[in-house]
Design a protein around this ligand. Structure first.
Ligand code: UD1
Ligand code: CA
Length: 458
């Protein structure tokens, strides 16, 4: 059994190069703040506590996470360096625990990597997460002795020419026993090129105190820091590609893994196929054999097995049964529920509508606040007039009803089962079952009528 784990996330940096009113760690990847990604990876490790060191625009950062009462917040008033930042969290850290230090602006870090780092640290060692970079400029370099043992970390600005040539860099992420951290942080000095208290100086102290220093390694991609919006966009693409690969390995076909955006959670059955430029937001659940056409947005919705969505459709807060066919150019809004085998065609909008099994709304319709039975046919251009300018009203349509094209159903109104509504009707009162109801002026033909002719102009 390892001693309890305390995680310290450094997030006091301002992020000057973002040129933003928003603190850096609140900028988003995959629709979630950078800091949320780090917290997510942290939680997977089952820590005793997660400490967040905040500073710049701290109230905004705290407010963004006020639904997560398990986080412990520590203010670092002036940014005097990473060593000072960890020092601000010390009062909250138990003496007998292990400490893991993470950065709030390194969002792609994975729990498995951190687990390996914690294994390397055990209860008594100092473990550093390092990686190799083709261009290590700007990073602290890992200095090793002839036997390969870590001796120290030297910051770029304090490094000599040989040290600058070292391509193994400090990711900043490290783990160590808390009882070592206390005295070492107290001994930090700021007599370096930046006048900061460097957390990295504790490595040389560990070596001096004969505390073993070990390393764990990861790919450079995983520890890329976000300093500007170019790096933010690059990290977004990396994160998305990672999701895409995970989905494909789990049996989802992606026509192009580089053209998928998951900003939430995608659950799926077998053999789902997603065409290009699909955006997933919130929690989306797909059954078996679901096909999603290109340029489609799916947000907080559930699609039953065998359902297909054709291109340029937006499905938001809707539940679709099995074997439905939707789109192209359909918009299903919150509260839409389609039973099995429903067909929704182009330029159809639905909202708060229950549509019974096998019903069809194939062209140019608005169906809102409606209760529709099974096997109803809604003709092209049908509109439920659900809003009188002040209140919303419901339209109820019975099984097997047939609504002729270009009809307006002025709610509240009920169309009986098996009723037929003649095309072009404005229905303001209930229509009885099984019979034809229509409301249109009789067609007439005017004999001898002549088209007007263009007047001669001089
Ligand atoms: C730090 C490391 C360097 C490593 C690099 C990896 C030190 C001295 N150097 O350098 O070895 O290669 O990270 O990216 O640790 N922060 C605070 N309070 C502070 C200072 C920083 O919370 O007073 C936070 C920042 O918000 C950021 C993280 O700590 O999340 C790292 O700070 P940054 O200034 O980017 O570190 P570097 O100087 O780049
Ligand atoms: Ca710095």
């Amino acid at each position: 059994m390892n001693s309890p784990l305390e995680i310290v996330v450094l997030a006091a940096g301002q992020g000057k190069r973002m040129y933003s009113a928003r603190p850096k760690v609140l900028h988003e990847i995959a629709g979630r703040p950078l800091l949320a990604h780090v917290i997510h990876a942290s939680r997977a490790l089952g820590p005793q506590r997660i400490h967040i060191v905040y500073g710049h625009a701290g109230e905004q950062v705290r407010a963004a996470f006020d639904d997560q009462p398990d986080l412990v917040w520590h203010e670092q008033r002036a940014q005097l360096g990473t060593g000072d930042a960890v020092r601000s969290a010390l009062p909250g850290i138990q003496e007998g625990s292990r400490v893991l230090v993470l950065y709030g602006d390194v969002p792609l870090i994975e729990a498995a990597t951190l687990s390996a780092l914690l294994d390397a640290a055990g209860d008594e060692r100092l473990a550093l997460l390092t990686t190799r970079l083709d261009d290590p400029t700007g990073y602290g370099r890992i200095v090793r002795d002839a036997c390969g043992a870590v001796v120290s970390i030297v910051e770029e600005r304090d490094a000599n020419i040989e040290q600058r040539a070292i391509d193994e860099i400090n990711t900043g992420i490290l783990a160590l026993p808390a009882h070592r951290l206390h005295p070492w942080l107290a001994a930090l000095r700021n007599d370096n090129a930046q006048g900061e208290y460097y957390l990295t100086d504790i490595i040389a102290m560990a070596v001096a105190d004969d505390v073993p220093v070990t390393t764990a390694h990861c790919t450079a991609d995983e520890v890329c820091g976000i300093n500007d919006r170019v790096q933010l966009a690059e990290a977004e693409r990396r994160w998305q590609l990672r999701q895409a690969h995970r989905l494909m390995r789990a049996g989802v076909t992606l026509r192009d893994p580089a053209r998928l955006d998951v900003r939430g959670e995608l659950l799926h059955g077998r053999d789902a196929v997603l065409d290009i430029d699909v955006i997933i937001e919130g929690r989306v659940e797909l059954g078996d054999d679901v096909t999603i056409g290109p340029y489609t947005i799916l947000r907080n919705c559930r699609l039953g097995s065998g359902t297909t969505v054709a291109s340029h459709s937006v499905i938001d807060g809707a539940e679709l049964g099995c074997q439905c066919a939707v789109g192209p150019f359909a918009r299903l809004r919150p509260g839409t529920r389609l039973a099995d085998g429903v067909r929704i065609g182009n330029f159809v909008e639905t909202k708060a509508a229950n549509v019974g099994a096998g019903s069809k709304i194939n062209h140019l319709s608005y169906i809102g606040d409606a209760e529709m039975g099974a096997h109803v046919n809604i003709g092209a251009g049908t509109i439920t007039c659900n809003y009188d300018g002040a209140n919303k009203h419901r339209t109820v349509i019975g099984d097997d009803a047939f609504i002729g094209s270009d009809s307006q159903l002025v709610a509240p109104v009920t169309i009986g089962p098996g009723a037929t509504i003649g095309a072009g009707s404005t229905i303001t009162r209930d229509a009885p079952a099984e019979v034809l109801t229509l409301s249109r002026t009789k067609q007439r033909t005017v004999a001898g009528w002549l088209r007007p002719e263009k007047k001669e102009t001089r």
